[in-house]
Design a binder for this molecule. Structure first.
Ligand SMILES: C=C(O[C@@H]1C=C(C(=O)O)C=C[C@H]1O)C(=O)O
Length: 356
């Protein structure tokens, strides 16, 4: 192989790619401006998912579907940033898994803003200080993030997207494993590493912190202490990795939600959307079963149900469900009409692309 020859070919292809990418950006900008003039949002999750789906169907490799998504995610992110400086509020501080999820969803060109609590993410978007918010909602090992569920029941904001992020926890410390007497992290991370901690640090004190990053900052200053956090935090705070992949399940994943002032306008397509809903029931025999039957008789697949105290009256509950399909699907509207006739509360939380 003549190296120079191949490199010349690569250079020519690069010229062509840059021209074509800029052509694509110009066209998307035109769409964006038209949307802006019509008072519509520039960022349309369901349209992006359609683009990603189309790309995977035409991709013949060797690049993977995921690699193609990453590349296009960045192209779209850069176009949006050219047109409008969208601001994304996320549960911080910088370096949290929620920041990784936000960047995975919106790409690296937007304006990211860390806030100290889940409630602050909601209020930033409610006050229009941020265009979108990103919050954790559930982990495959540790379960629900109850604070997020409680906030969703109260807010007028809508869920417009979801992000799944594989979560690999690391033990970070300036001390050796045998010298560690205290481990700090966010409660969910401690729960996800419960068995590992029991086996490897049975005598260490476990302390719950507001964020994994907060725990890392503490560990950088206090010998004998360790933090559980992601590898990114280790790099950012220059603290050694004592152990990697310490979560009890290798397939540990967290699901995050993107929240916005307005719901998505359109559907992604048949079988490609998910809907979240919260409802309450009367204290009657079979009330919950009746609701579930409204879904099952119509072949609507429930992917999750979670109950929480209503926080209005003792021993009254709210039920959070996720199911396949879009709020505007006629079959789903039929099921909702049944719920409305028997439930004191039925609140749509949003419909969004059911992408991984
Ligand atoms: C250009 C559009 O807007 C944005 C950019 C997209 C793109 O570059 O493909 C897709 C969806 C939107 O987030 C559009 O709605 O078509």
């Amino acid at each position: 192989m003549d190296l120079d020859d191949v490199r010349q070919k690569i250079d020519a292809i690069d010229r062509e790619i840059i021209t074509r990418i800029n052509e694509r950006v110009r066209l998307a900008s035109e769409v964006a401006r038209a949307k802006h003039a019509a008072g519509l949002p520039i960022y349309i999750p369901e349209r992006e998912e359609q683009v990603f789906q189309k790309l995977s169907s035409i991709n013949e490799g060797p690049l993977t579907e995921q690699a193609i998504r990453h590349i296009y995610r960045e192209v779209i992110s850069a176009m949006i940033a050219l047109e409008q400086p969208l601001k994304i509020a996320y549960l911080g501080p910088e370096g949290t898994y929620t920041e990784q999820a936000a960047r995975k969803n919106f790409g690296s060109s937007l304006d990211y803003h860390a806030v100290p609590s889940i409630a602050d993410v909601f209020s930033e978007v409610e006050r229009r200080e941020a265009d979108y918010g990103v919050i954790p909602i559930e982990n495959s090992t540790g379960g629900a993030v109850i604070h997020s569920l409680d906030m969703l029941a109260e807010t007028e904001l809508k869920i417009i997207g979801q992000v799944y992020l594989p979560v690999e926890h690391c033990l970070l410390s300036h001390s050796k494993l045998s010298e560690i007497t205290e481990v700090r992290s966010k409660d969910q991370a401690l729960i996800q590493c419960r068995d590992w901690l029991q086996r490897n640090l049975p005598n260490a004190k476990q302390i719950d912190c507001d964020s994994t990053t907060g725990a890392v900052v503490h560990a950088t200053k206090n010998p004998g202490t360790a933090a559980i956090a992601g590898e990114i935090a280790a790099e950012r705070y220059s603290i050694p990795l004592v152990a990697k992949g310490i979560q009890d399940r290798k397939d540990n994943e967290t699901r995050f939600l993107v929240i916005a002032p307005e719901p998505n306008n359109g559907q992604t397509g048949p079988g490609l959307d998910k809907t979240s809903l919260v409802f309450s029931i009367h204290h009657e025999v079979g009330a919950l079963e009746k609701v579930l039957r409204s879904f099952s008789t119509r072949q609507i697949n429930l992917s999750k149900i979670e109950s929480r105290p209503s926080r209005k009256k003792a021993w009254e509950y709210l039920f959070f469900v996720d199911f396949d399909g879009h709020w505007n699907d006629p079959t789903i509207q039929e099921a909702i009409a049944e719920l409305n006739s028997s439930c004191p509360l039925v609140k749509w939380l949003g419909s969004y692309p059911n992408s991984r």
